[in-house]
Design a protein around this ligand. Sequence first.
Ligand SMILES: Nc1ncnc2c1ncn2[C@@H]1O[C@H](COP(=O)(O)OP(=O)(O)O)[C@@H](O)[C@H]1O
Ligand SMILES: [Mg+2]
Length: 511
Amino acid sequence: MSETEKTPIVEVVGVSKRFPGVFALNQVNFAVYPGEVVALIGENGAGKSTLMKILGGLHRQDEGEIRIDGKPAEIRNVSDSLYLGISLIHQELNNLDNLDVGGNIFLGREPLTGGFLRLIDRRKIAEDSRAYLKKVGLELSPTTPLSSLSIAQQQLVEIAKALSVNARVIIMDEPTSCLTLTETNRLLKLIQELKSSGVSVVYISHRLMEVQACADRVVGLRDGRNSGSLEKAEISHDSMVRLMVGRNLDLKKSVTRNGDRGTRIELRDIVSPFFPSHKISFDVRKGEILGLAGLVGAGRSELAMTMFGIVKPLSGEISINNQPINIRSPRDAIRNGIYLVPEDRRKTGLITSMTVRENVTLPDLWNYATYGLVSYKRELLSAENQRQKLSIKTASTNTLAKNLSGGNQQKVVLAKWLSLQPKLIIFDEPTRGVDVGSKAEIYRLMRGLSDAGVFILMISSDMEEVLGVSDRIAVMREGMLTGIIEADDFSEETVMKLAVAPVKTAVQLAS
Ligand SMILES: Nc1ncnc2c1ncn2[C@@H]1O[C@H](COP(=O)(O)OP(=O)(O)O)[C@@H](O)[C@H]1O
Ligand SMILES: [Mg+2]
C-alpha cells in the first residue's frame, strides 16, 4: 500500500508564521504517516525548527490548520502536543541539570505515594525509568545526575521520555550535530527500531548521508516555503541539495592557484607548549587557501591558538613578508593583522545576547568612538555595510544575534573580523554545523578574502571541504606536521596517509 493512501498521524495544512520582520513559514504543508521516518531538510533559517516548534506547542501558527488522524486539532502548549502523541526533542537540549535521569523522564507527572502526603514515588520512577532506558539502550542508573551525561546520552534520555508518554511521533531537530560518528550510528539504529515498533520519526539534519541512511521520505523547505519532496527511491545527495538550495552545488573550485610564492607568512620552527617536542615550519602564500588537515587531536587548533597568541610558543618565529613579528597575546596578533575565527562560534565568536550591530563592531569599538563614546550612527553604518556585503539575513542589524540562523551567525562572525582589515585569517572548522547553502557562501567569502590579498589558513576535518576548497593542504598528526600536498596530488588517500603517518622525531624533520 502506498503511504499516501493512509491517513497521516499529523498533518500541517497551509501553516504560516511571522516573526517581527521575518516570514518564517509561508503556507507550509507537511505530513507524517504512521511508522515512517520523514526527514525535513533545508538551509539554516528555512523554517524547520519553527514548524516543529508549532507541532511541539512552543509556537502558535498565524494561519493554517493542524490535523491529527485527519481531524483538526489545537496545539496551544506543550502538554497539548504531548497529549496528541507528539514529542519534540530540541535542537538545543535544555535539560534541567539538577535533575537525575529518572526525574527528568517523569518531570511534571511524577507518580505519587504516601497517601495524603502526596510524596513523589522515587522507587516507581526508578523502576519505570529503567525499562525505558533499556529500550533506548542506555545502561545507567535512573539516579544518575543528568549533568554528568554526554549530549548523546541526554538525547537518549529524551527519547526514553518520549517513549514513556507513548509518543506516536518523535521529532528530532538536528540530533547529531554534536554527536560522534559512533553515537550517530547508534542513534540511526535506534530510529529504525522505533520505526519497526510503530513510532514515526521526523528527522532534521543537514547531514545528507544520515538522511539517506534513515529516511523513507524527504520534505524540503526553502525560505519558509515547501520546496518539494522525495520518495524513498528518489533520495540522493544531488536531489536533496536541489531541494535545499534550488540548484546544483559545485564544490570544486574553477582554478587551482599556486599562490604568490614571494609574498608569504612564514612559520619557522614553531614549538607550541602542547607538543614541546615538535617543531613546525610552513608558509602560507598570498592568494592561496592553505588547508590544514588531520584527525581530531592532531594539534591543529593548538597551532592556531599559538599563532593567535592565546598561548605563547616556546620557540620559533613567525614572519610576514620576511618581517619577523612578535606575538605574545591575541592583542599582539590582532595588532599584526592576524585573526582567528574559532570553531565554536556560539561560545567564542559571537555574543548571542548582543545585537548583530554590536557583534560586528565589537572588536573595533575604538574606531566607532569619538572621545570614548560609541557613535551609534557610525556603528550602524559599518554594520549595515557588512550586512549587505555578506548578505546576512536578518530583519535589522538591531536583531539579537541569538535569533539568527546558524549560517547567518557565522556570517556575523566573519563580518566582525572583516571590519578589521586583516592580513591572515585562520578559520577553525569554518562550516561545522552549517548547511550546504551557507557553506558555499562561506567558501565564496574565503575565496574573496584570499583574492583581496588576505592570507587564509583553513583548519578542517571535512574531507570534501579540505580537498574542494584548499589550494595546498598541510597535514598534521599528533602535534607534528607530516607533510604538505600540492594540488596535483590531492586525493583522500594522500591526505589520510599523512594524517595517520608514523610520527617522525623533530630531529628528522629539522634535517
Ligand atoms: N523566536 C524568533 N524570533 C524571531 N525570529 C525567529 C525566531 N525563531 C526563528 N526566527 C527566524 O525565523 C526563520 C526560520 O528559523 P528556523 O525555523 O530556526 O530555521 P531552521 O530551523 O530551518 O534553521 C529565520 O529567519 C529565523 O531567524
Ligand atoms: Mg533549526
